[in-house]
Design a protein around this ligand. Structure first.
Ligand code: UT7
Length: 322
């Protein structure tokens, strides 16, 4: 059976590192609070590069690594909630810059689940047999929608991107998925665009920033992620012992600890790099995959589960045979 395989992964984060101590000079916080409550020690923030530039850098790396020519790419999907423009899509900017003249392109908005959602979409295009080579990115410049006076959020969110080049693969690749949304819960919202026009001038001002009920999101994540991982295992007829790594969205190391405990899984099965990058939303899973691949942690045949959760609310998991 033809599945969708991951041919290569790559990532890019901006050079500028901001430490917890540096943040404690602009808001009432401390390295001790941030580290103990979130596991975050540093994050990378853009000094001007926008989301499309991250994807272009990642796309160039993927084409170079794989030897695939830009003209061979059939489809480009960018998962982001921080596009450069409302339109054109970030994926169209990437298509142009990479010279993927034969690709169609669109963005996906599913917050921190965006990369998992986008892999799922790409998988269906590839399985249809009509499209052979797809670039999927998860990239964010969350710093541009973060309120840098709000200590509840500004210590968490950061910038960066990752991506994958997908192609058909016999047997292995994307094996199972579990995707969800619950639009009735708005405990995390970002940049509210209100209607204001020639017939509507007195609209309340929209909020330009991310607003979050952290505790509610924490409880949501620790409830749905173990269920979603179990759902994937059940669908694929596998047990946790068959899974080499679980690669969760990197929001808070305490969330990952609780998920591991609920699944009765050893924490060493989970890849954690939130200490270095903070929460990069749709970018966190592909950054982790790229880092793991770079360290030689992912071998052909390894079964891994990726699992994301975030605003929407959205959540989802996927089983991939590497
Ligand atoms: O990508 C998905 C989206 N986001 C998430 O997954 C975030 C999920 N939530 C979390 O990670 C955690 O809930 C947070 C890290 C956001 C907060 O940790 P918490 O243990 O849930 O703390 P809390 O919100 O209950 O706040 C505890 C105290 C409060 O003070 P009082 O009311 O007890 O006096 C906060 O005002 O910590 C205070 N606080 C801070 N103190 C120092 C909140 N933020 C900070 C801060 N520095 N940055």
């Amino acid at each position: 059976m033809i599945n969708t395989g991951i041919k290569a992964v790559a990532s890019y984060v901006p050079e500028r590192v901001v430490t917890n101590d540096e943040l404690s000079r602009i808001v009432d916080t401390s390295d001790e609070w941030i580290t103990s409550r979130t596991g975050i020690r540093r994050r990378h923030l853009s000094t001007g590069e926008n989301t499309s530039q991250f994807c272009i850098n990642i796309g160039n790396k993927l084409l170079e690594k794989t030897g695939v020519k830009a003209e061979e790419i059939d489809l480009i999907i960018v998962a982001t909630i921080t596009p450069d423009y409302a339109t054109p899509s970030t994926s169209c900017q990437v298509q142009k810059a990479l010279g993927c003249v034969n690709a169609f392109a669109f963005d996906v908005s599913a917050a921190c689940s965006g990369f998992v959602y986008s892999l799922s979409i790409a998988d269906k295009f590839i399985r249809s047999g009509l499209y052979k080579k797809v670039l999927v990115f998860g990239a964010e410049t969350l710093s541009k929608i973060t309120d840098w006076t709000d200590r509840n959020t500004c210590v968490l969110f950061a910038d960066g991107g990752g991506g994958a080049l997908l192609e058909p693969r016999e047997g292995a690749g994307i094996i199972a998925e579990d995707l969800h949304a619950r639009g009735d819960d708005i405990s995390l919202t970002g940049r509210h665009h209100v209607v204001e026009n020639m017939v509507c001038r007195d609209a309340e001002k929209g909020n330009p920033y991310l607003i979050m009920d952290g505790r509610a999101i924490f409880n949501f994540a620790t409830r749905v992620v173990p269920d979603s991982v179990n759902e994937i295992l059940e669908k694929s007829g596998l047990g946790l012992e068959d899974i080499r790594y679980i690669v969760p969205h990197q929001a808070n190391s305490r969330i990952i600890d609780i998920v591991a405990r609920k699944l009765k899984a050893d924490i060493s099965k989970f890849y954690i790099n939130v200490d270095e990058y903070g929460n990069t939303s749709a970018a966190s899973i592909p950054i982790a995959l790229s880092e793991m691949s770079g360290k030689g942690m992912l071998e052909r045949g390894d079964k891994i589960i990726i699992t994301g959760f975030g605003a929407g609310l959205t959540w989802g998991s996927m089983l991939i045979e590497w």
